[in-house]
Design a protein around this ligand. Structure first.
Ligand code: PAP
Length: 345
C-alpha cells in the first residue's frame, strides 16, 4: 500500500469509528425515550417534547448538531400536512424568480417536485449523512431548506443568525384528516387500515409525527410575534382565500418585494397559478416516482381544500377537538378558519 492509499484507509477507518460511536450514542439516547406506535410504520419517540418518527431521529440530531446557518438562508418550517408542498413551491418561485425569468431557463418546477427543489433537513439532507458539505446541500443561492422540527428544537445557528423562517399552519381538523388518509395510503398491504377513533385519540394526545400540533404552531406563532422580521407565520386558509396578498407578504418578508412593474405584468398571479394545486398535481413530475423518503410524489396531492374535515369527523370528534383548541390556544392570539361549517365562538 503506498502512502496515499494508507492515508485514505486511515481516514476511512476514522470515519467508521466516528459513525460507530455516533450510532452507540444514538442507541443509548433511544433507550431513554418514551415510545409509541407510529401511524405508518416504525415508532414515534418523545424527543425534546415532540414525537419524532424513528426514521428521522438520527437525522434530526445530526441537523441539530452540525447545521450551520448562513444569514442569507431561508427555512420553510411546517407541521406535517399543513401546506408544506404548496409553501415550498411558492417560496421557491418567489425567491428565485429573477433567476428563471420568462423566456429564460426552463423553470425547475416543471422538472422537479417542490420536495426536490426545497429539501427537507430530516428526510433528505441529513437522512444518510450526518455531516453533509454545506456548499452542496442546496444548489440555489440564497440557500432554501425545509423542516418539520419544532422551533424549540431548531439548531441554535438558525435562531442566532439572520436566517429567515417561513411557517405555515392549517386548521387542525383538516390537517388531521389529511394525515390520517395519507398514513392509511402508505401502510403496507398486510397492515390493517388505521381506525379513525384510535388515531384521532392519538392525535388529540399529541401523538403523531412532530406532534403535538398545538405546541408546534404556538412556538412558531410566539416567535413570529416577538420577531416578525425573522419568522413569517402564514395560514393555509388565508392562502386559499387570497393568494395574491399572501404572496406579496411573503415576497416582502423574503426581502424580494414584487416591483410595480412585476405587479403590472401579472408576475404575482403567474406564481400563484404555477404553484396552484391543480397545476402542480397535473405535472408529470408530480404524478410519477418516489420522494427520497420513499413516498410516491402523487400522494402529496389529495384534495387541497378547506373544510374537508366535515366529510370525515363525527360530531363528538369535532366537539373534542374544539375543546382542545380552546384550551390550548385561547389567549395566544392564534386562531383558525374552519370554513363556514362551524364557528368556534
Ligand atoms: P407534508 O407536510 O407531508 O410534506 P403537505 O404538503 O403539508 O405534506 O400536505 C399535503 C396537503 O397539502 C394535502 O392536503 P389534503 O390531504 O387536505 O388534500 C394536499 O392536497 C395539499 N396540497 C398540496 N399541494 C397543494 C397546493 N399547491 N395547494 C393547496 N394544497 C395543496
Amino acid at each position: 500500500m503506498d502512502a496515499a492509499e494508507s492515508s485514505k484507509a486511515k481516514i476511512a477507518s476514522l470515519i467508521q469509528d466516528v459513525k460507530k460511536s455516533w450510532d452507540d450514542e444514538l442507541q443509548q439516547l433511544v433507550q431513554t425515550l418514551p415510545k409509541e406506535e407510529g401511524w405508518i410504520s416504525g415508532s414515534l419517540y418523545l424527543y425534546q417534547g415532540f414525537w419524532c418518527p424513528a426514521i428521522v431521529l438520527k437525522p434530526v440530531v445530526s441537523f441539530q448538531k452540525h447545521f450551520q446557518a448562513f444569514d442569507s438562508d431561508v427555512m420553510v418550517a411546517t407541521f406535517p400536512k399543513c401546506g408544506t408542498t404548496w409553501l415550498k413551491a411558492l417560496t421557491f418561485s418567489t425567491l428565485y424568480r429573477s433567476q428563471f425569468s420568462r423566456g429564460g431557463i426552463e423553470h425547475p418546477s416543471l422538472t422537479s417536485t417542490p420536495h426536490q427543489l426545497v429539501r427537507f433537513m430530516e428526510y433528505d439532507v441529513y437522512a444518510n449523512n450526518p455531516c453533509p458539505d454545506p456548499e452542496n446541500i442546496c444548489v440555489y443561492k440564497p440557500r432554501l431548506f425545509a423542516t418539520h422540527v419544532p422551533h424549540a428544537s431548531l439548531p441554535t445557528s438558525i435562531k442566532d443568525s439572520k436566517c429567515k423562517i417561513v411557517y405555515i399552519c392549517r386548521n387542525p381538523m383538516d390537517m388531521f384528516v389529511s394525515l390520517w388518509l395519507f398514513s392509511n395510503k402508505l401502510r403496507d398491504e398486510n397492515q390493517e387500515s388505521l381506525s379513525p377513533n384510535k388515531v384521532f385519540d392519538m392525535f388529540c394526545r399529541g401523538i403523531c409525527a412532530f406532534g403535538p400540533i398545538f405546541d408546534h404552531a404556538l412556538e412558531y406563532w410566539n416567535a413570529s410575534q416577538e420577531n416578525p422580521d425573522k419568522v413569517l407565520f402564514l395560514k393555509y386558509e388565508d392562502l386559499k382565500e387570497d393568494i395574491s396578498s399572501q404572496l406579496k407578504r411573503l415576497s416582502m418578508f423574503l426581502g424580494v418585494p414584487f416591483t410595480e412593474d412585476e405587479e403590472k405584468q401579472g408576475v404575482v398571479e403567474e406564481i400563484a397559478k404555477v404553484c396552484s394545486f391543480d397545476k402542480l398535481r397535473e405535472l408529470e413530475v408530480n404524478k410519477k416516482g418516489l420522494h427520497i423518503s420513499g413516498i410516491p410524489h402523487k400522494d402529496f396531492f389529495r384534495k387541497g381544500k378547506v373544510g374537508d374535515w366535515s366529510n370525515y369527523l363525527t360530531p363528538s370528534m369535532v366537539e373534542r377537538l374544539e375543546k382542545l383548541i380552546h384550551e390550548k390556544l385561547d389567549g395566544s392570539g392564534l386562531t383558525f378558519n374552519f370554513s363556514s361549517k362551524i364557528s368556534l365562538d
